[in-house]
Structures are given as structure tokens and as C-alpha cells.
Write a protein that binds this ligand. Structure first.
Ligand code: FAD
Length: 499
């Protein structure tokens, strides 16, 4: 885009949206030109804040007229750099965060229709107000928007029972790359009338269309949701526990998260207050001496949702754990006795991502495998990783019940022994930059050999684009390119991402 096109585009955008919805000052742009992990830094010509679908469509028409590339952005919590502009300074960030209307609440259909900028937390609260449940849940839910959740097909902690964002959406409204508005907000559970356009836009990371509103699927609220923290000797034991829990609890098993000893260690290192709070609550349950937070061991966070009561959920957890203890699958275990105790346990799990960010640079991988191969994968790749990169820390954790691991690798701790925080961060960054490609390849090659995926829930964005190109079949890539070409022939939507 030339500077004169740029200037004309911005002038007309101001006429369309009003001056306050078009920001060009560096200080206004900077926070939105970097991703949550501070890994991708871009530059933008402007950030635009439309408030309605019609305004979004108007901006897209202008972008086509002037050849301006748009980078859609919601809460900017994505973990693959998909919402960060490139370094040219010519792209324009299109924030969907001010599309905030709640369009329709339909308790009889168990649906909620909201605009793209409503945050996930707000959606959960709205559903709660309808005495229903919206089960999508993830660490960034206070800032992540429903539009971003759908654009990345977000997963989170409830997928085991309720599915990912795609499964929780019954319809979308989309502004196409040519500026037309498609209203697909029908809230149907069945609709076989040709190609499923909704599914095309969900997970397309802002490259095929702009999601402006969605119909979300709600569920009956379970009467009791309870959690246990369970010590396991190895990923194999975690897998055996999963098999047992699924056999005993079926759909009542709503969460099964694995945390390697090193991933909880990073919380203890950087957020001792979170670990201490967890320990106090857990200590209260155990009567004082809590070995599980103090000792380094792998663990599982297991959640049961029961339609009848909290005590029924607790009792179901206790039954499974009792059997697992008898079969020597698990070590120590703590069953939460209240919602507050459950939340403290979840807080430990959710703090891993934040503590890892505090620790410094890591190679972040988001892989999925068939459940039947997960344990072999972890055993084999952990071994190979430590042999090839001695001393690295394996911060593995994640949605084990979905076959999804955040297989993250931290630099060897001894490299920064006795250094200041700044020095440590620089040392870790240097190590990760030096070895990232080799580490990534090692893991991804094994993932592909075992029929897995190199992105379970975070998407390709900029981070995994090259690896997807390396590993996807030429046929799959060619089909994807043809879809992009058909829907966005001028290449104005999020260029440089995914493809
Ligand atoms: C602490 C933490 C924990 C997390 N845990 C999880 C987890 O458990 N599971 C998980 O799946 N993710 C997780 N994430 C990642 C992140 O929260 C999700 O990817 C979220 O869905 C992104 O929403 P957002 O509104 O922030 O989107 P953004 O980051 O703003 O954008 C993400 C992508 O979607 C596109 N986009 C945004 N809005 C729209 C729209 N309306 N229309 C079209 N395209 C759009 C952007 O261009 C970009 O490609 C976590 C992130 C953090 C920081």
C-alpha cells in the first residue's frame, strides 16, 4: 500500500467511524503491535474500532478500494502471533473488541447470541444468569473475546466433555473479504443444506472473513463440580488413571489435566504466593503437611461435574481415586471439599502459563496425538530431548484427556545460576534462539510420525506457519490456498498468517 492510499483510507475511515475510533499515535498502537508472549513485534499504520457489523463491512470495502491489509484483533491473547501486524508499518489493525451487543438470549433453545467483542468471561456470566452453562474455559478468559475464541477454534479445559469452540457454536455472522455481511445466526443443531460455511470461518484465524457475532450453545449447569489433585509417578500412570476415570464417570469427567513436575516447579519458583495459597488450602484438607506441592512429582488435576450435588461429585471423585490407589496407579491425592478449594487447585494449573512467561523464553509447542500414542510419545521425546539438549527443562502440561500437550522446553537452569532477573532472561533467550529450530523439528517430526498435529488449539498464526508448510501434504496446502484465493482474492485479510 502506498502512503497516499494509506492516507486516503484513513481519511475515509474517520468519516465512517468517527475520529475517536481511528487511532494512529504510536502510544495508542504499541500495545496492540506485540503479541501476549512478547515474541512478535510489528508496526501498524492505525488501529480501527468499529462498533457495528455495518461499520466493519464499510471498513473492509474501503480496504479493498485502497489495497489496505487488515489484521483482525480481539483481546490480543492469542499465542501464535496471529493478531500481530507485520513490520512494514502499512497494515491496519481492525479491532473487533467494541462489538459488544448481546443480541439474543434464548433459554428454551439453550443459546446465546453475542457480538464478537464480548469477552469469554462475560459470556460465561451471561449464561450463568440464564441458569445455564457456557463451558469454554481458558486462562485468558477475562480478556479473550468470543470472536477470537472462534477464529482460533480455542480449546481450554472443558473439551473432554463439551468439545472446543467449534462444537460450542451453532452459527456465525461474518463480514466477507469483499465487505458483504453473511448472517448465519440461526442457532440450529441440524442444518445439512450444502457446504458448512460456519466451519470454514471457525479456526481460520482472521484470514477468510471477520466474525462479527455468534450463536453459542449452552448446557444445563451441573449441580456439583469438584476437583482433585492427584500425584502420579509417570505419564503412563496418568493415562491409566484417565482410562479408569472414563470407565467409571463417563460424561461426568469434565477435566483431566496433566502437569509434569517441572511445570509445577516453575509456579513454585516464580509465583510462590500461588503455590503457598494452594498449599494452605490443600494443607487444610490434609491437616497441615502437604507433600504434593512441596515435592517434585507429576500430577493430574481431575474434575467431575455431577447433575445432582457437590457431595455426589466429591463422592464420585473419591470412588475413582480409591480404586486407583488400590490398583497402585496413583500416589497421594487431595479431593477439594468446596468450590474455593477447587478454584485454588485450578489456579495452580492456570498459573503455569503465567509463571513460564515470567521465567523467560521457552520453545512453546502445542501438540495433539491419538490418546493411544501419547505416553509413548512423551517417554520417547523426553528421552531424545534430554540426550540432544542436556539440562533443558520439560515444562509439559496440558489437556491430557484430549491428547493435547503443551510440550514446552525451557533453557537449562544452571546457565543462569546466580544471575539477576535481566541477565537470566537474556541468557535463556539466547539459548532458546540458538536451539529453537532444532528442538521444534525434533518434536514435530515425532508428532507427525505418530499421526499427530503440530497445533492442537493455538493455531498457526505466524509462529507455526513455516512448520505447517514443511509438514502438511502438498494436496492439503493446495486446497487451503484455493479456499483463501476464492474467499479473499485481494489478500487483504491477515496476510502472512496461516498461509
Ligand atoms: C494465559 C493464557 C492461557 C491460554 N489458554 C488457552 C487454552 O487453554 N486454550 C486455548 O485454545 N487457548 C488458550 N490461550 C490462547 C488465547 O486465549 C486464545 O487463542 C483466544 O481464543 C484468543 O482470543 P482473542 O480475542 O484474544 O484473539 P486475538 O489474540 O486477538 O486473535 C487471535 C486470532 O484470531 C483472529 N481474530 C480475532 N478476532 C477475530 C474476529 N472477530 N474475526 C476474525 N478473526 C479474528 C486474529 O486475527 C488472530 O489470528 C491462552 C492464552 C493465554 C494468554
Amino acid at each position: 500500500m502506498s502512503t497516499s492510499n494509506n492516507a486516503l483510507f484513513l481519511e475515509q475511515a474517520v468519516q465512517l467511524l468517527g475520529e475517536r475510533a481511528v487511532k494512529t499515535a504510536l502510544s495508542d498502537l504499541e500495545p496492540y503491535c506485540v503479541d501476549w508472549r512478547k515474541r512478535f513485534f510489528g508496526k501498524a499504520a492505525a488501529i480501527l474500532y468499529p462498533r457495528t457489523t455495518e461499520q466493519v463491512a464499510g471498513v473492509v470495502c474501503l480496504a479493498n478500494q485502497h489495497g489496505v491489509a487488515l489484521v483482525p484483533q480481539g483481546g490480543n491473547t492469542g499465542l501464535s502471533g496471529g493478531a500481530t501486524p507485520d513490520a512494514s508499518g502499512t497494515q491496519v489493525i481492525l479491532s473487533l473488541s467494541r462489538l459488544q451487543a448481546v443480541r439474543h438470549q434464548d433459554p428454551a433453545n439453550k443459546t446465546l447470541t453475542v457480538e464478537a467483542g464480548v469477552t469469554l468471561k462475560q459470556v460465561q456470566e451471561l449464561a450463568d444468569g440464564m441458569q445455564l452453562l457456557f463451558p469454554l474455559s481458558l486462562g485468558a478468559e477475562g480478556s479473550a473475546t468470543i470472536g477470537g475464541n472462534l477464529a482460533t477454534n480455542a480449546g481450554g479445559t472443558g473439551v473432554l466433555r463439551y468439545g472446543n469452540a467449534r462444537d460450542l457454536c451453532l452459527g456465525v455472522e461474518v463480514v466477507s473479504a469483499s465487505g458483504e455481511i453473511w448472517n448465519g445466526l440461526r442457532g440450529l443443531r441440524k442444518d445439512n443444506t450444502g457446504y458448512d460455511l460456519r466451519d470454514l470461518f471457525i479456526g481460520s484465524e482472521g484470514t477468510l472473513g471477520l466474525i462479527t457475532a455468534a450463536v453459542l450453545k449452552l448446557f444445563p449447569k451441573p449441580a456439583g463440580v469438584m476437583t482433585a489433585l492427584i500425584q502420579v509417578a509417570s505419564p503412563r500412570h496418568a493415562f491409566e488413571l484417565l482410562q479408569l476415570a472414563q470407565a467409571k464417570c463417563d460424561a461426568a469427567l469434565t477435566g483431566f489435566e496433566y502437569m509434569s513436575a517441572e511445570s509445577t516447579q516453575v509456579v513454585i519458583d516464580h509465583f510462590p504466593e500461588v503455590a503457598r495459597h494452594g498449599a494452605q488450602i490443600i494443607g487444610g484438607i490434609l491437616g497441615g503437611n502437604n507433600s504434593m506441592v512441596a515435592e517434585r512429582s507429576d500430577s493430574v488435576l481431575m474434575e467431575i461435574s455431577h447433575p445432582e450435588s457437590e457431595s455426589a461429585a466429591t463422592s464420585m471423585l473419591e470412588t475413582v481415586i480409591g480404586q486407583a490407589l488400590d490398583q497402585q496407579i496413583v500416589g497421594d491425592a487431595i479431593v477439594a471439599q468446596s468450590i474455593a478449594q477447587s478454584s485454588a487447585l485450578w489456579h495452580l494449573r492456570e498459573a503455569i502459563t503465567l509463571a513460564a512467561a515470567e521465567d523467560g523464553a521457552q520453545v512453546k509447542l502445542d501438540i495433539a496425538l491419538p490418546l493411544s500414542r501419547l505416553v509413548t510419545f512423551i517417554d520417547q521425546v523426553n528421552r531424545e530431548m534430554l540426550a540432544a539438549f542436556p539440562g533443558v527443562r520439560l515444562h509439559n502440561f496440558g489437556h491430557f484427556g484430549d491428547g493435547n500437550l503443551h510440550y514446552n522446553i525451557g533453557a537449562p537452569q544452571h546457565l543462569a545460576a546466580g544471575k539477576s532477573v535481566q541477565e537470566r532472561r537474556a541468557i535463556y533467550l539466547d539459548y532458546i534462539q540458538t536451539h529453537e529450530e532444532a528442538i521444534r523439528r525434533l518434536v514435530h517430526d515425532r508428532v507427525m510420525a505418530m499421526n499427530g498435529s503440530i497445533s492442537a488449539e493455538h493455531g498457526l498464526g505466524q509462529l507455526r506457519k513455516a512448520e505447517a508448510w514443511r509438514l502438511k501434504s502438498p494436496v492439503e496446502l493446495a486446497l487451503m490456498k484455493r479456499i483463501k484465493q476464492a474467499l479473499d482474492p485481494n489478500g487483504i485479510l491477515n496476510p502472512g498468517k496461516v498461509l
